[in-house]
Every structure is written in structure tokens, then in C-alpha cells.
Design a protein around this ligand. Structure first.
Ligand SMILES: [Zn+2]
Ligand SMILES: [Zn+2]
Ligand SMILES: [Zn+2]
Length: 274
């Protein structure tokens, strides 16, 4: 499978639009991969991860065909990951879909489900716009060629935030943010897998941070633990993402810091063949 990281910033984007910190000023000056939009990703055109406020910009920048999206996995309800109004424009009156286009199967926690509009479940031409499945920690869901296992994130105790293990054609990916260092209950599930690609929360950039989000020192620890405990090997791709300017390190600086770490620094539009 091929995953494209459409956005790689934390909630306020990088540069943050009002911010004059040195990292934001430098990112604005340099442009290119130093400019990060809010997080989201897509796999093989049909499985979308999160639906944040930059989704429309991602569609334009990467010429996406969202009408081909069949599955939408939502990690949690925070505004940088789930702002569903534009999802509702998939409805008649806003969009003309090919006849017979199936509904989007949405997976997420109860809070995410509560943000979907019940009116959209009314079928149009016999087809609802979407279906919803509430995910639970440690459970696996079959979605066409995909097998997806939900794993508790260490992020916001107010809701059941999830990271996802996504498997297809014998390959295994961890979409591991937003999350701080994983709990033992989460590791118990993660140990069932051997990962070909691991995408990690690096909100704090080079700074150390364990709870709610991570920084690069914690990304290094996760890589070392996975290699040590057989969840990964030297061929596993480790990628850090979800950067905030508060870590005061733009893309170029993170690439310098990550030299020889075995961890790739994400940028908007990065594609990884898993
Ligand atoms: Zn976030
Ligand atoms: Zn800033
Ligand atoms: Zn969040």
C-alpha cells in the first residue's frame, strides 16, 4: 500500500498564522517543506485518515478524487483532525456522484460519531451518505482489502482517542498519532504485529515530551523498543510527523537533528510505499 501524508503539522499549522516566533519566521522565509498544513493522510486513494480543516487544500494541492474514498478512519475529534462540514458536501445539491457510488464507511470514537449529522443517514436513491462504526481498543475491523485494528492513544482522557494498525496485502502500517508514549495496554496490542512502517507523533520537535504528545527523543525510544522486541526490523520505515512550531525546529533543522537516527522527517505530500 502507498500512504501519502497530506498534512504534517499540529493544530495551528506551521508556521502558525499569527505567530512571529523564530521558527515560524524562518519557515515563512524558506517555504517548501518547512510549510506544514494540519494533519491528514490517504492510502491508495480509498482510505482516508482524519478529515481536518485543510482537507480541501489537500484535495487541490494533490488532485485527489475524494469521491473514491470508501473508508474514513478518524483518530479523534480535535478540530485539527475532524471538521466534518465539508464531508457533508458529498450530499446531493453539493456534489454529483457516479450512480451507485457506495457510502463512506466512517470509523471513530463515540464523540466522532456524535458529530455526524443523523439527517445524512436518510438514504438518497437508496444509498446513505455514510455509515458509522464506533471503534474499540484492541478490536479489528475488516474494510475491503484492509484490516484495521484500533489501539488506545495517550492523548485526551475526555474521549477514546485511537491510533490505527492498518494491514493490506501482507503489509502492516501504524498510524500512530496523536499520542504521547503508548500505555502498556496499547503495547500489548501493538506487540501482535511486525510493522513495515511506523508513523509517530513528534509535536514537540526536538524537545522531550511524554504525555499527550511526543517529541523526537520519544520517537527514538519507540523505534528502539520496537526493534528490540521484534515489532520492527532494519527495513521498517519510521516516520515522525504532526510538528508544532513550539518545538522551534523547522523541517531543515529536524532533518539535521534526525541524521543517523533511522527516522524520517515528514513533509506535506510525502509518499511512503509500505
Ligand atoms: Zn493533532
Ligand atoms: Zn511560531
Ligand atoms: Zn489531538
Amino acid at each position: 500500500m502507498r500512504i501519502k501524508l497530506l498534512g504534517t503539522a499540529a493544530a495551528e499549522g506551521f508556521p502558525a498564522i499569527y505567530c512571529v516566533c523564530p521558527a515560524c519566521l524562518e519557515a515563512r522565509r524558506k517555504g517548501g517543506p518547512n510549510i506544514r498544513t494540519r494533519s491528514g493522510a490517504i492510502i491508495d486513494e480509498d482510505l482516508k485518515l482524519d478529515y481536518g480543516p485543510d482537507t480541501m487544500a489537500h484535495v487541490y494541492a494533490h488532485n485527489l478524487r475524494l469521491d473514491r474514498m470508501r473508508y474514513l478512519l478518524v483518530t479523534h475529534s480535535h478540530e485539527d483532525h475532524f471538521t466534518p462540514w465539508e464531508f457533508f458536501t458529498r450530499r446531493p445539491g453539493f456534489s454529483h456522484l457516479e450512480p451507485g457510488t457506495p457510502p463512506v464507511a466512517v470509523y471513530g470514537n463515540a464523540k466522532v460519531g456524535s458529530m455526524l449529522r443523523p439527517a445524512d443517514l436518510e438514504p438518497v436513491d437508496g444509498v446513505p451518505a455514510w455509515t458509522f462504526t464506533e471503534v474499540r481498543h484492541g478490536e479489528t475491523y475488516e474494510m475491503g482489502d484492509y484490516r484495521v485494528t484500533a489501539v488506545h492513544a495517550n492523548h485526551d482522557p475526555a474521549e477514546a482517542c485511537m491510533v490505527y494498525v492498518i494491514q493490506k496485502e501482507g503489509r502492516t502500517l501504524l498510524y500512530g498519532h496523536d499520542s504521547g508514549c503508548y500505555s502498556e495496554a496499547s503495547w500489548e496490542v501493538l506487540r501482535r504485529f511486525r510493522f513495515d512502517c511506523v508513523i509517530m507523533d513528534c509535536t514537540f520537535g526536538p524537545l522531550s515530551h511524554e504525555d499527550g504528545h511526543m517529541g523526537f527523543p520519544q520517537n527514538r525510544q519507540i523505534r528502539e523498543k520496537m526493534l528490540r522486541e521484534g515489532m520492527a526490523d532494519e527495513k521498517t520505515a519510521f516516520v515522525s510527523t504532526h510538528y508544532s512550531h513550539n518545538g522551534l525546529a523547522d523541517y531543515d533543522e529536524m532533518v539535521r537533528i534526525a541524521q543517523d537516527s533511522g527516522i524520517l522527517i515528514s513533509y506535506d505530500g510525502m509518499e511512503i510505499q509500505v
